[in-house]
Design a protein around this ligand. Structure first.
Ligand code: ATP
Ligand code: MG
Length: 372
């Protein structure tokens, strides 16, 4: 089938519009094998699209909305025929026509087109005209070389196409939040790489599989995704031996940030992303975030910081990551889950405790990269 897709924010990009549109076109072609994408006056024209992929298209960053579409010659008779011969669906009782002219030289104005086609639809199908909230809106877009015709629009993710804002490194844990944080960054145009710290537990294998599956799920919206896995057992040991339980999580996260920082720099990423949401768990108080985020200079962004959990969960469900994140394997061993974790960490205390660790080789920490 053919689709018309529109963008919103890209329109604000002035002289850079072409760059953003080319980026979106390239992404769509990489994500949906076999389609053809062409710029038209009102947006993008997509050919050969599989109906079963519409739900995924609705989550592709940069697409504001889209609809199944067909084209007609500009002659109003041809447009009328095309509109009258199309199957507009079974559940329609009310409709409206919305005509727009990208090319204002067309002999009929929008109102005249709407009236003419409205009466044809009314006669042919018996649908009633309803200007507010009709079951069906038939859009007619008059361009310079063709008329593009489509029905109800599906809402898309909006935002900017992946790759238009540079690269970031997202710390993913296997929990619900971090994959959603990665997706949120994609929707702002960032290309996201993932880094995971592999804790040594009874279920290390299962957690690693979770991370692989989350990476594959996120690739549905970005295209291929680079993943870096850092074996963390040696650091875990040092932390358990040297750090009291209430500070272990904080110091662990500082070390994760430092190692991520190294990998991010090498991969030319300009920010570290986390799934932190203010106050959601003990490690995410303002005091603790201050103590953790101070560990590296690179820009740190937490796109979920002001999001409610229920909203994060519903987005994870839509993305297909919730099911994977909910598998019953936690990436953290019990030694790190303190009965009474520190919730108001003082940076001085954290630095004091951290000085007990041997961090001299931290920059040489090994990791395995899975490149796209
Ligand atoms: P999530 O659902 O993303 O796991 P959370 O609410 O469970 O988040 P924490 O476990 O405190 O919160 O982790 C906060 C953030 O720290 C995570 O969102 C993630 O960005 C990062 N993080 C935690 N554990 C790991 C890990 N093993 N590897 C990589 N990043 C991690
Ligand atoms: Mg977690």
């Amino acid at each position: 089938m053919n689709l018309v897709a529109h963008f919103d924010e890209i329109f604000l990009k002035g002289n850079n519009q072409k760059y953003f549109i080319d980026c979106l076109k390239k992404n769509l072609c990489a994500l949906f094998v076999g389609i053809k994408v062409k710029r038209i006056e009102s947006g993008l024209w997509i050919e050969n699209f599989e109906q079963s992929e519409m739900a995924r298209l609705a989550l592709v960053p940069g697409v504001a909305n889209f609809a199944v579409a067909f084209a007609s010659e500009l002659d109003i008779k041809k447009i009328s025929e095309a509109v009258a011969n199309y199957d507009w669906g079974e559940k329609v009782t009310s409709f409206r026509i919305k005509a727009e002219r990208s090319d204002k030289r067309y002999p009929l104005d929008s109102l005249q087109i709407e009236k003419q086609l409205g009466s044809i639809i009314n006669t042919k199908f018996g649908y009633k005209v309803k200007l507010k909230n009709p079951d069906l809106t038939i859009h007619i877009n008059i361009a310079s070389d063709q008329a593009v015709i489509y029905g109800n629009l599906h809402v898309g993710a909006s935002g900017l196409p992946v790759g238009s804002s540079g690269k970031v490194m997202c710390l993913v844990s296997g929990g619900i939040d971090s994959p959603v944080a990665a997706y949120k960054m994609m929707c702002r145009g960032a290309e996201v790489e993932l880094v995971h710290f592999q804790n040594q537990t009874q279920v290390t294998e299962e957690v690693s599989q979770k991370i692989m599956d989350l990476t594959a799920a996120l690739a549905c919206y970005q295209g291929k995704v680079n993943l870096h896995i850092v074996p963390f057992a040696n650091w875990q040991k040092q932390i358990v031996i040297n750090i009291p339980s209430d500070y272990r999580m904080l110091i662990t996260r500082r070390i994760m940030f430092r190692i991520s920082n190294q990998i991010a720099k090498r991969q030319k990423c300009l920010a570290l992303i986390t799934g932190d949401s203010l106050g959601q768990v003990a490690s995410q108080t303002l005091e603790n975030l201050t103590a953790v985020y101070q560990s590296v200079d690179m820009l740190k962004l937490s796109p979920l910081i002001g999001e409610n959990k229920s909203h994060i969960v519903s987005l994870a469900r839509q993305l297909g990551t919730l099911e994977i994140s909910n598998r019953p394997y936690e990436d953290c061993c019990s030694l790190f889950v303190a009965k009474h974790p520190q919730i108001k960490a003082r940076l001085d205390d954290v630095l004091d405790l951290e000085s007990k660790l041997d961090l001299s080789n931290i920059d040489k920490t090994e990791h395995i990269s899975y490149y796209k």
